[in-house]
Design a protein around this ligand. Structure first.
Ligand code: GAR
Length: 211
């Protein structure tokens, strides 16, 4: 049985597009992109899902009083769809413990920095790159990690470094981090999960050899 994947999005969906590309090349470890769920109506990611033939849904944050209420609605939807793996790909809300309890070590998130730098509450999207540039780092990158109760604090699966260039703006840096890191390591991590090659012990993730 193939792993049924739901991708949770809030915006443009370029990471979703990278997953669709991997699927189309047969590089998703046999995983099936079974659903895209957006926290925003009208997100361009929904358009990408439709064009790729993936069923899509909206669980809009604005329709719920709290992150917890939205998380509970999401969990109900994911269970209804028989989802095995949840992928946060540019999902801009902090999920509460109900999600982690429902999907222990089965939620992957891509974050646009080398965790534990520039992560946690308030570090999302373009703000991550603004803060990295303001700090003056010469190297940044991206991380794919399992989601636990702590924002951006779960076990790290894959990381890739990206050089900061003189004259970078948050936008140019964001683009380079996506092109050189995120769009590669997110599909890779999803494929490894689907192949059953990720072994989590405490904070440590080891990758089993492929066959
Ligand atoms: C990506 O850079 C992703 O890593 C980041 O938002 C962007 C979404 O782009 N996610 C976070 O900051 C989550 N903490 P996309 O919608 O084009 O994939």
């Amino acid at each position: 049985m193939s792993i049924r994947i739901a991708v949770l999005v809030s915006g443009g969906g370029t990471n979703l597009q990278a997953l669709i590309g991997a699927r189309d090349r047969g590089e998703l470890g046999g995983g099936q992109l079974a659903a895209v769920i957006s926290s925003k109506e009208g997100a361009y990611a929904l358009e990408r899902a439709k064009q790729a033939g993936i069923p899509c849904y909206v669980v809009a944050r604005k329709n719920y009083d709290s992150n917890r209420a939205m998380t509970e609605a999401l969990v109900a939807k994911l269970k209804d769809l028989n989802i095995d793996l949840v992928v946060l790909a540019g999902f801009m809300h902090i999920l509460t413990e109900e999600m982690v309890k429902a999907y222990p070590n089965a939620i992957l998130n891509v974050h646009p920095a080398l965790i534990p730098a520039f992560c946690g509450a308030g570090y999302y999207g373009i703000h991550v790159h603004e803060k990295a540039l303001a700090y003056g780092v010469k190297i940044t990158g991206a991380t794919v990690h399992f989601v636990n109760e702590e924002p951006d604090g779960g076990p790290i699966v894959l990381q890739r470094a990206v050089a900061v260039q003189p004259g970078d703006t948050p936008e140019t840096l964001q683009r380079r981090v996506m092109e050189q890191a995120e769009w590669h390591i997110l599909p890779q991590a999803v494929a490894l999960f689907c192949q059953g090659r990720l072994c989590v012990q405490g904070r440590l993730v080891t990758i089993k050899e492929g066959e």
